[in-house]
Design a protein around this ligand. Structure first.
Ligand code: PLP
Length: 186
């Protein structure tokens, strides 16, 4: 199963090829995708799967009995999103890339932070071991004292310890404000 929700949000002219495109893999893959990221339709609860026909028939039965069906107006919105003009997607990716550069540069200027540039999606994942705090401690401190919500890397498993995760699906103005607030409490 390959979750390809972020494949269209890639930067620096890169591409995120699907494993299903490799020779012989199409029949062995289930691609799951949706509208939340590419079309900013988070909360619409609409997604789709691409899989071999025999499997699709069985998954269709399962979904019918587990969720009934997706609201019909939401499905029409999804059709519009996929079949309509796609220039907004490219414009959004360009904007996300600008935001990425602002947040990564800002994080790297904070004491004890070291952040690599992500090549896709919209999350920065800085290493914060230089602050001397655990990711839980720092995430709580930043929430309580700076009013900035982010996730401790440890919430992604033990190898996430020592990192924070910040979303940059927000305006540059707010990103800069958030970074400044974090800077004042470090
Ligand atoms: C990798 C990945 N897959 C799937 C989802 C689920 O998206 P949704 O249920 O909003 O369509 C998310 C949401 O954050 C995600 O990050």
């Amino acid at each position: 199963m390959t979750d390809e929700l972020y494949t269209r949000i890639v930067y620096d002219g890169l591409e995120a090829p699907s494993i299903a495109a490799l020779p012989g893999m199409k029949a062995r893959c289930i691609i799951v995708d949706g509208f939340s990221k590419t079309y900013s339709m988070t909360g619409w609860r609409l997604g789709f799967g691409i899989m071999p026909r025999e499997l699709a028939d069985r998954v269709g039965l399962l979904l019918t009995h587990s969720i009934g069906s997706t609201a019909h107006f939401t499905q029409f919105a999804g059709i519009e999103a996929i079949t309509g003009p796609q220039d907004m997607v490219a414009a959004m990716v360009t904007e996300y890339q600008r935001r990425r550069d602002v947040i990564v540069d800002g994080l790297n200027s904070l004491p004890g932070f070291a952040c690599q540039k992500p090549q896709g999606a919209f999350y920065a994942f800085p290493n914060i071991t230089g602050t001397g705090m655990s990711s839980d401690q720092l995430a709580n401190l930043i929430l309580e004292k700076a009013g900035v919500a982010l996730l401790p890397g440890s919430s992604f498993g033990k190898f996430g310890e020592g990192y924070l995760r910040l979303s940059y699906a927000n305006s540059i103005e707010n990103i800069e404000k958030g970074l400044e607030r974090i800077r004042t409490i470090l």
